[in-house]
Design a protein around this ligand. Sequence first.
Ligand code: FES
Ligand code: FES
Length: 253
Amino acid sequence: MPTHTDRPDSSDAPAATPNQPSRRRFLQTAAAAATVGAAPHLHAQTQTPVAPPAPVRQTVPPRPVTLTVNGRPYTLQLEPRVTLLDALREYAGLMGTKKGCDRGQCGACTVLADGRRINACLTLAVMHEGEQITTVEGLASNGVLSPMQRAFIEHDAFQCGYCTPGQLCSATALLNEFRNGTASTVTADVRDRPAQLSDAEIRERMSGNICRCGAYANIVAAVRAVHDGSGQTGNAAVGPLQGQPQDSAQRNA
Ligand code: FES
Ligand code: FES
């Protein structure tokens, strides 16, 4: 009985003609060509220098950092690389400030530092020792919502609410900035105080806060209502925190 070993090139097989090389010959030629083709590559592989081991990075140990948040001091053990956002959420337990993009693009992490709005994900906690940090938890005073918080509710200025803490902090600072005469890119003449807080001004000044639910029209309406309604609204929300007496801060520690 013939076997698979003697079938293709066995002596019983018909002899190859000069123009039809045998299968064995073909395989030998192909193997030789492959070996020659691979040889430079193999040679190059053997010549690749071995990379030196990566240097071991020394971590900087945590150290105590005291942040004053909503009038209360928090002494936290933080590595220098910890952002203010992570310090607030992960170390101080203040989860009201939200993490959206974590790269300064959405505004969900907006808080106030000495009344100035900042993206907490873009700044290190250690840079804010000695400042008065205000988060959304600090906008209300003694259990009473700030006018901006009330306006957001009355004007239905949120849906899922994820962006709302940042929107509230931003809108609160916006009114103070406007009152202080800060111009924006839609102010007709940046050398003068903006004449009025138009809807275009509000939209531009709130443009750093993204709302994925698209509640923009109602947010503008809420900010406008607070601005038109009182004139002292921004101070009402931020003032008590900026002027927080030291003994009160100590009492809450
Ligand atoms: S989380 Fe900070 S800007 Fe988006
Ligand atoms: S209310 Fe949902 S993202 Fe703004």
